[in-house]
Design a protein around this ligand. Structure first.
Ligand code: SF4
Length: 373
């Protein structure tokens, strides 16, 4: 059983808005809200916070985009790294009292909330994102001393290499807080969810602590022709099964998480056992000390360091645009055009996606043309 304050928190607001019955389901769940991705995410957040707080120049590849963005944004205001802010304006009195944005910038006329999401999985958008909005209003309320302070708000999500920002003013933020708080309060009132209160979906079910025992998720993953071999499915049954795969994967993850949690707690699962996992990759405990030691031994720089050629995509980001626009002597073109000719790319294989996908339908003739050059 979980306390309501544990269930209603900024990171679960989107799930509550999408599936109001999930509050009661999560409250009565005995499983932890964090899955394996959340655990990886927490470790990376801690690492990023440590680097930013210490001012270390370290840039692990998976954190580089986020760290660079925060550094740049921090030039325009006061930066807060993983500082708790009040969130009851969004979560209500029965929800969590505080939430912790990854990074926040308090400027003279703006507040920016920066949240790093794990690159894999469901893309998260900034627009009407209640988690970031709760942090933004919380920081505003905490920092607000001057009644004339009327900042603009920037809610930024960094996921992988992409950035998405929602820009809004105080009135819009307050309006969003009020409507969210009302819906959260209604969801918190539900003690026995009816089928209409439980609305399965990829983004809400993925990290839901009730996913291992939710009847709505189970029903949404049932296939009508389960007894028939897939190769003999009708086209309609295949399409139906395909559309259910994203939720099936969530259910499979829920089974894995439940099994792992019970095995770690000491329960024997017939045919399975726990073994020690592989340790992480070796790394220097103190990079500066290791470098100094190698130099003191006068080892050649070719042994100590390695230079690697950047990939075309990486070079495109690192090279200043004016360099790519320069004329390349003897070619009649720019240096960028010469580099394009030196680049190759294998043709993408056809992928089966939902009809709503914005890409053009696959054309077998042009795919063959690309293959033969
Ligand atoms: S598993 Fe999905 S449908 Fe069930 S309670 Fe959670 S979010 Fe709602």
């Amino acid at each position: 059983m979980h306390e309501l304050a544990h269930v209603i928190r900024p990171s679960s607001l989107h799930r509550i808005l999408a599936c109001p019955g999930g509050v009661a389901m999560a409250k009565n769940s005995t499983t932890a809200a964090e899955g394996k991705y959340a655990t990886i995410g927490t470790k990376q957040h801690e690492q990023a916070a440590e680097i930013l707080r210490s001012g270390s120049p370290e840039r692990p590849p998976e954190l580089r985009h986020y760290l660079d963005y925060v550094h740049q944004a921090a030039e325009n205001g006061e930066v807060f790294i993983e500082e708790p802010v009040p969130v009851s304006a969004f979560c209500g009195e029965s929800g969590a009292e505080t939430g912790t944005p990854d990074a926040a910038i308090l400027g003279e006329d703006f507040i920016e909330i920066i949240d790093r999401k794990m690159p894999f999985g469901h893309p998260v958008t900034a627009e009407r994102n209640p988690q970031l909005a709760a942090y933004a209003l919380g920081l505003y309320q905490q920092a607000w001393a001057d009644p004339l302070y009327d900042p603009e708000f920037f809610l930024t999500i960094l996921q992988g290499e992409s950035q998405d920002t929602w820009r809004l003013d105080l009135d819009e933020l307050l309006e969003f807080a009020e409507s969210t708080r009302e819906r959260v309060a209604q969801a918190a009132e539900i003690s026995s969810p009816s089928p209409g209160d439980l609305i399965p979906g990829k983004s809400q079910c993925r990290y839901c602590p009730a996913s291992a025992h939710c009847p709505a998720l189970r029903a949404a993953t049932e296939i009508s022709e389960m007894e028939t071999p897939p190769a003999e499915f009708t086209a309609e049954a295949l399409a139906e099964a395909l559309s259910k795969i994203p939720l099936m994967k969530i259910r499979i993850e829920a089974i894995e998480s439940a099994a792992y949690a019970r095995a770690v707690a000491g329960e024997a699962l017939p045919g399975f056992k726990l073994v020690a996992g592989r340790g992480g990759p070796r790394k220097w405990a103190d990079e500066a000390a290791a470098e100094a030691q190698l130099k003191a031994w006068r080892w050649k720089s070719g042994i100590i360091y390695k230079e690697v050629l950047r990939t075309p995509a990486d070079l495109e980001k690192s090279a200043p645009p004016e360099l790519l626009q320069e004329r390349a002597r003897g070619t009649g073109g720019t240096k960028g055009e010469v580099l394009v000719k030196l680049t190759s790319r294998s043709a993408g294989k056809p992928a089966l996606v939902a009809e709503s996908d914005p890409r053009h339908p696959y054309d077998a003739a042009s795919f063959f043309d690309e293959l033969v050059g």
